[in-house]
Write a protein that binds this ligand. Structure first.
Ligand SMILES: [Zn+2]
Length: 464
């Protein structure tokens, strides 16, 4: 009899085990749609998904339709899935309206004058002050020592690659950047950098423009030898005319929610924008090449949509509301996610945590999934280390990795992590293509995210 009872009970428990499937997504599930989504977003038809272009519009339509078909509710006002914001683009310079005049001579762009694309329209007329090449030591130090030196109302001329800069070549960028900002703080009206020697200096200074795009001082480069000498020695009054036509692109975040009427809300995000044909991101080649961004970040959007599909069919994952946002403007400096946090349609403090999926298509290259930002909550390490159905290596990294959208949420005090399979030689190149995506890796990473969603319910810090 005893024997019989035992058999009876073990039979039952076996039955129970067989019925309860772990929250784990495997290749036995159908991943065709996941791969189709990525293939479409990374196709040439979408022209690299640059915000404000036809290709981005196609991506928006696709993601918006997917959200709608999967039953998400629109997140934004007027029952809309879309939230618009502006992305600044380098300005254009109308012909013959940018020049420098000393005496009877005029320096024009075609003869060696480059205005920063982030300049504002302005007419400067007054005195210049050249602090080089005779000044020794850092210009910033020099300012401090000679506290009476006033730059108010002056046009400041700084020679790059002079003796002083050469000495500390490795710090050149930050040194020159500090000097320009110091000049601005001391009331200078404008800065002209003198590139006396070679082309390298010009490309170097162009980089300086984007580093200082948020400062509000006009910066130019002069690479005309005669004018360089003249500007450095100038004792006369100078006229500098800057005329720009400002341009910007419209970015759109796409947001929807699976609202289960739960007390807790989490947010899952992935950016869908990419570099277009690289025109604003350093591609100077004349041939048009499409930056398809299959890994960066069609892969993340694909996984996000797959998470939606899985959550829809798995009631155990429905104890929290999940907001899904496909961000734009990431490649231009996290503009979309910053805008979202500041213009959130609900109180962002009610978000328990945010999961950012950015570049997850190359697990076969790195052999481990990196999770950045685990220091954003005391619970992440225990949660991640306790995942039981994971077959891949996971590297928890405490550092934020500030160049992706979760950083905007961490800044707002919301615990956030980023899923990532590492940088590679195709990163931000036209060769970041769909055929290099690791399908099995995507499936495994989706499984990790689903299990994190399930396990997080057990952690107090994540419950509002
Ligand atoms: Zn990128």
């Amino acid at each position: 009899m005893k024997y019989l009872i035992l058999t009876f009970f073990s039979g039952v428990s076996l039955l129970v085990v067989a019925q309860v499937k772990p929250i784990y997504y495997s290749t036995e599930d159908d991943n065709t749609q996941l791969l189709n989504d990525i293939q479409y977003l990374a196709s040439d038809d979408l022209l690299g998904r640059l915000p404000g272009t036809e290709g981005a519009t196609l991506a928006i339509e696709y993601i918006e339709n997917s959200f709608q078909n999967l039953g998400l509710k629109p997140l934004f006002s007027n029952n809309s899935f879309l939230q618009s914001f502006n992305i600044p683009r380098p300005s254009e310079f109308p012909k013959n309206q940018n020049y420098i005049v000393i005496g009877n001579d005029t320096l024009k762009p075609e003869n060696g004058l480059i205005r920063s694309p982030y300049s504002i329209s302005k007419e400067f007329s007054g005195w210049s002050l050249s602090l080089h090449p005779k000044t020794q030591g850092s210009l910033v130090q020099n300012f401090t020592q000679k506290s009476k030196t006033t730059l108010k109302g002056k046009l400041v001329i700084i020679e790059i690659f002079d003796k002083r800069h050469k000495k500390k070549n490795t710090r050149l960028y930050s040194m020159l950047q500090d000097e320009i900002l110091e000049a601005q703080n001391r009331g200078a009206e404008e800065v002209i950098l003198i590139a006396k020697h070679n082309k390298k200096e010009v490309s170097f200074s162009k980089n300086m423009f984007s580093k200082l795009k948020n400062s509000n001082i006009n910066i130019s480069i002069c690479f005309n030898r005669k004018w360089s000498r003249r500007l450095l020695r100038n004792k006369k009054s100078i006229l500098s005319m800057t005329k720009v036509s400002k341009r910007q692109a419209e970015g759109q975040n796409i947001g929807g929610v699976l609202d289960f009427g739960a007390k807790t809300t989490v947010l899952i995000g992935a950016h869908y924008d990419h570099l277009g044909t690289g025109q604003f991101h350093g591609n100077t080649s004349k041939e048009i090449e499409i930056y398809n961004g299959a890994d960066d970040n069609a892969s993340g959007v694909g996984v996000m949509l797959e998470v939606v599909r899985q959550v829809k069919t798995e009631t155990r994952l429905q104890d929290k509301n999940i907001v899904f946002v496909a961000f734009s403007g990431e490649e231009d400096g996290l503009i979309g996610s910053n805008f979202f946090v500041k213009n959130c349609p609900f109180d962002p403090k009610t978000i328990s945590f945010m999961l950012n999926i950015d570049m997850v298509g190359r697990l076969n290259n790195s052999d481990s999934l990196i999770i950045y930002g685990t220091s954003s909550s005391s619970e992440w390490d225990e949660l991640i280390n306790g995942l039981s159905n994971v077959e891949i290596n996971i590297k928890n990294v405490a550092d934020t990795f500030p160049r992706s959208d979760h950083a905007s949420f961490i800044k707002a005090g919301i615990p956030s992590v980023m899923f990532h399979t590492g940088l590679h030689k195709d990163y931000h190149k036209p060769s970041d293509d769909f055929d290099k995506i690791d399908p099995l890796g995507l499936v495994k990473i989706t499984g990790v995210i689903l299990e994190i969603l399930e396990s997080s319910s057990k952690f107090k810090r994540f419950i509002n």
